[in-house]
Design a protein around this ligand. Sequence first.
Ligand code: ATP
Length: 231
Amino acid sequence: MLTLDAVDAGFGRALVLRGLSFRARPSEVTCVMGRNGAGKTTMLRAIMGQVPVSAGRITLDGQRIETLAPHLIPQLGVGYVPQGRRLFGSLTVAENLDIGLMTRGRGRATRDRVLDLFPRLRERLGQTAATLSGGEQQMLAIARALCLEPKVILLDEPTEGLQPSMIAAIRDTVRTLRGMGVAVVLVEQRAEAVLDLADRVAFVETGRVAEMVPAADLGPEAPQFARYVGV
Ligand SMILES: Nc1ncnc2c1ncn2[C@@H]1O[C@H](COP(=O)(O)OP(=O)(O)OP(=O)(O)O)[C@@H](O)[C@H]1O
């Protein structure tokens, strides 16, 4: 389980996260919603050690991670798929996957399992990442994170800007990951997607989780969507 307890984090003196508490459990999809600038991406980056944490604690299965060097966090099994994907465009699909495999010392068997989830990538192993379609690039970014065999995967608006068939494929992948026991943290702004996928929803407002609600308690007209997301 991934836990954030009363986390303050930010850039220089400007705190973005202010006493943020959050949990993500194995075999669950925890969606994170909130307005632009609420701190969703900063929360994911703080988990990855990319934004300094000045108070509170972050733990993975009981081990504190906010004190660790950032490169150690993926090695513990936390995969991160940032907005914008950050692929190596001039490297091939296979080379991008190798980077994920090397990070946690995984080999061919892991790669084969990951490619079973993404047949389109298997057909394109020799193609450079920059020449993939937007949806294929998003699949590659997720596949690279899965090469860590993660316990936790952080996905920052993975379906943004994609066509419907790709959105459906990525949602299927999220369900598959949940079925594999991964704790999925999904930043997602569309209520309809959240209602479809989430087990729990964290509503972020001005750097803290204002409400954490079981998805079963939310319907399309739930007041939280208007209050925290403005939809
Ligand atoms: N590198 C940075 N330096 C200084 N301030 C930053 C930096 N990155 C983000 N911020 C600020 O932190 C606040 C939260 O940003 P964040 O990206 O976490 O929001 P978000 O909830 O993910 O929003 P969005 O939906 O727009 O992606 C914003 O006010 C933003 O300007």
